[in-house]
Design a protein around this ligand. Structure first.
Ligand code: FBP
Length: 260
C-alpha cells in the first residue's frame, strides 16, 4: 500500500469520505424531503463530525463554502462530473485542475472513470495526467471506478467490480471506490483483486439503518478500507446519529448489532 504519511484522510487505517457531488450528478431531486440540505452549509457542518475523514465536493462548493470550514473539514476535490441530463455515453467532464485545487488548499483529489465506455481512452489518459499532478502536489487520489458501456452487461457483477478495484491499483490511485458487488464474497474478491490498493465502498441509495450498517460491517469484515458514502448519510433525517454509528463500525470494528 502506498504510504500516505500523515494524511488526514486515514484514521486507524480506515477512511470515511462523505460524498456530496449529487447536485452535479443528479440535481435537486436528490434533496427531496431534506430540502434544507440544498444549502451546502448543512453538509459542510456534517463533515465536521469526527467520523468524516474527508468531504468530497466539486469546484463551486469548494470555492464558496470551504474557506469557512477549512479548519474543521478535510476536503477531497472531485475534479470531474456529469449531470444525469446527458443522454450520451457515460462521461465525466473535467472542470478544474489539480493545480487549482491545490491552490484552494484541498487535502485530496477525486476522479471518476468509466472503464468500458467509448471514451475510455480519453478518460484513462486524463486520469494519468491528474494522478501525476496529484503526486506533484503530494495529494492522495481517489478513483471513482464505475464500469459502464456496451460490454458491461451487469455493472455490479463479481468480475466487473473486481476489475474496477484492480484498475485502481493498476492506474495508480490511492483509494478506489466501487459499488457493492451484491455479496460479501464478491466484495472479498474485489479487495483481493486490488491487492495493496485501498478499496472504498460506494454507499448507494438510502436504505434502512440496519440494512446499511450490516452492509458496511460485511465490507469491513472482508478488508474494505472504508466508505465513500453520500445519500445514506446526508439524506437521513438525523445524519449525525448515522455518523455516530458509522464511526464505531468503520473505525472501531463494532458490529451493526452493537451500535443499533
Ligand atoms: P452515494 O453513497 O449516495 O451512492 O454516493 C456515492 C456516489 O459515487 C457519488 O459520489 C455520486 O454522486 C453517486 O454515487 C453516483 O451514483 P450513480 O452511479 O447512481 O449515478
Amino acid at each position: 500500500m502506498r504510504p500516505l504519511g500523515d494524511s488526514p484522510l486515514v484514521r486507524n487505517d480506515k477512511t470515511l469520505v462523505l460524498a456530496h457531488d449529487h447536485g452535479v450528478e443528479h440535481g435537486p431531486k436528490q434533496f427531496s424531503g431534506v430540502e434544507d440540505r440544498l444549502d451546502p452549509n448543512h453538509v459542510f457542518e456534517m463533515a465536521t463530525h469526527d467520523a468524516v475523514t474527508a468531504l468530497a465536493v466539486g469546484k463551486g462548493l469548494t470555492e464558496t463554502y470551504y474557506p469557512s470550514y477549512k479548519d474543521d473539514v478535510n476536503l477531497l476535490a472531485k475534479l470531474n462530473g456529469g449531470s444525469d441530463l446527458w443522454m450520451g455515453d457515460p462521461y465525466s467532464a473535467h472542470n478544474w485542475s489539480v493545480d487549482y485545487a491545490a491552490e484552494l488548499d484541498v487535502d485530496a483529489i477525486g476522479y471518476t472513470i468509466y472503464p468500458g465506455v467509448n471514451d475510455e481512452v480519453e478518460m484513462f489518459e486524463a486520469f494519468g495526467e491528474v494522478q501525476e499532478n496529484a503526486r506533484d502536489h503530494d495529494l492522495p487520489i481517489a478513483m471513482w471506478a464505475y464500469p459502464r458501456g456496451q460490454a458491461v452487461k451487469e455493472h455490479r457483477s463479481k468480475e466487473i467490480i473486481a476489475y474496477a478495484a484492480r484498475l485502481g491499483l493498476e492506474l495508480g490511485s490511492d483509494f478506489t471506490k466501487v459499488k457493492y458487488p451484491r455479496s460479501k464474497e464478491n466484495m472479498a474478491y474485489a479487495v483481493q483483486s486490488a491487492a495493496d490498493n485501498r478499496v472504498l465502498l460506494s454507499g448507494g441509495s438510502k436504505t434502512s439503518d440496519r440494512e446499511f450498517l450490516e452492509l458496511v460491517e460485511d465490507c469491513m469484515d472482508v478488508g474494505v478500507a472504508g466508505l465513500a458514502v453520500g445519500r445514506n448519510v446526508w439524506q437521513r433525517e438525523n445524519p449525525y446519529e448515522m455518523l455516530d454509528m458509522l464511526e464505531e463500525v468503520v473505525f472501531e470494528g463494532a458490529s451493526a448489532d452493537d451500535v443499533l
